[in-house]
Every structure is written in C-alpha cells, then in structure tokens.
Design a protein around this ligand. Structure first.
Ligand code: TYD
Length: 218
C-alpha cells in the first residue's frame, strides 16, 4: 500500500454531477456491513477550518478570486484535512473515502485555470506531506450530463460549477489524462452506467485491494 499505514485510502474524483457522493455512500455501506470502519469525508472541507475555506472559495460574493489564490485555498484546506483527519484514520487502520482530493486541484486549478499542473501537484504534495490515495475512482461524466444532473430539482450551482461547459470539458480531459498516466492507481467508470453496476464494479476493485492487504472480507 502506498500510504504505508494499515488503513486504505480511496479518493472519488470526477466532474460536477458525476455521482461521487452516491457511490462513496454505497461503498461505505458495503464495507461497514463487513465490519470495516469507514471514514467518509470530502474536500474542500472535512475539518472546521476546511469548511470555512470551502465557503470562501465556493460561495459567490467574495469578489474576484484569482487562480493562484484559489489554488492556495484548496491546498490549505487539504493540508488540514490530510494531517487532522485522513492520516490519523489511516493510522488507526480505517478505510478512508474522500469525495475529491489532489487530482481535483490538478484538474480544476492546473488545467481549468491554466496554472501549471506540475506546480499545482507539487504544492499539494507539499501540503499533504506526500499522502496519496491507494486507489482513485474516477467517475467520468460528460459536461452537459453533469450539469443536467447537478441542477435537477433547481439546485443552485457554486462558483466553480457555474463555469461554462468548455471549462468542464477541459477538466474532464485532465482527469482522464491523470488516470491514463497511472492506470494501476485508478478505476475509471462512465458515470452514465446504472448506479448499481458502478457500485458493484467499485466494490470488486476494492475487494481486490483489501485481499492484497490481507484484510479480505470473510
Ligand atoms: P464538490 O464538493 O464536489 O461540489 P458539491 O458538493 O457542490 O457537489 O466540489 C466543489 C467544487 O470545488 C467543485 O466544482 C470542484 C471544485 N474543486 C476545485 O476546483 N479544486 C479542488 O481542489 C477541489 C477539492 C474542488
């Protein structure tokens, strides 16, 4: 395990409206039913300071936020999250499921905002002292589909969600590039598949990881 701790660290990534939280909840339920302790968390946020930073960077009404400031706010939230929440849980041997992690910054700030992807990655590896997921589940969503799904029921879009489809298309391509560069560390699934099928495919992959770690289900 690349976390070098007894726990298992899984990140859910993908465009807005991909269904990450639904799938994280399903996976948590399946693993808990087997007696594993699961910690579900999200970014930006996951800690009191992170939640404050989340509202600064996502809510409308804070005036213009330039790309560097935006990247630093996400990284600051992540630093607190990694050191206060994720690493301690992994050291306790828990399974940590996070809705978004470093790849979101590489895709949204690196590619979407046109900062250097390498710079954004380095910033975030520094912020987290190099804590990387054992597996990243990428739910690949078509930008128009994603917008339809997230605005169903008239939900309001946050500052990043309300960017144009072109911005979301750039992000989608960046996520796919990240997955292609390290296929062993990713599970890429089309977000339009039935929820149940996606859940089963994720569980199969996670079972394999747990078996590898000697913690396979009975
Ligand atoms: P998310 O919490 O997934 O949105 P919601 O809960 O509203 O579905 O993410 C909020 C937004 O923040 C999303 O548009 C992606 C963006 N984001 C970044 O731009 N960079 C990051 O590093 C993270 C974690 C999120």
């Amino acid at each position: 395990m690349n976390t070098q701790s007894p726990g298992l660290f899984i990140a859910f990534e993908g465009g807005d409206g991909a269904g990450k939280s639904t799938q994280a909840a399903r996976l948590a339920g399946s693993l808990e039913a087997r007696g594993l302790t699961v910690l579900r968390t999200r970014e930006p946020g996951g800690t009191p300071i992170g939640e404050r930073l989340r509202s600064l960077v996502l809510d409308h009404g804070h005036g213009h936020i330039d790309a560097h400031t935006e990247a630093l706010i996400f990284a600051a939230s992540r630093a607190a999250h990694a050191s206060q929440v994720i690493r301690p849980a992994l050291e306790r041997g828990e399974v940590v499921l996070t809705d978004r992690y470093i790849d979101s910054s590489v895709a949204y700030q690196g590619a979407g905002r046109d900062l250097s992807a390498d710079a954004v990655r380095s910033l975030n590896e520094w912020a987290t002292s190099g804590l990387l997921p054992d597996l990243t589940v990428l739910l690949d969503v078509d930008p128009a589909d994603g917008r339809r799904r997230r605005t169903a029921g008239d939900a309001a879009e946050d500052r990043l969600e309300s960017e144009a489809d072109e911005f979301h298309a750039t992000i989608r391509a960046a996520f796919l590039d990240l997955a292609a560069s390290r296929p062993d560390a990713y599970l890429v699934l089309p977000a339009h598949l039935p929820v149940q099928e996606i859940a089963e495919r994720i569980l199969t992959r996670v079972d394999a990881l747990l078996t590898f770690a000697g913690r396979g289900a009975a």
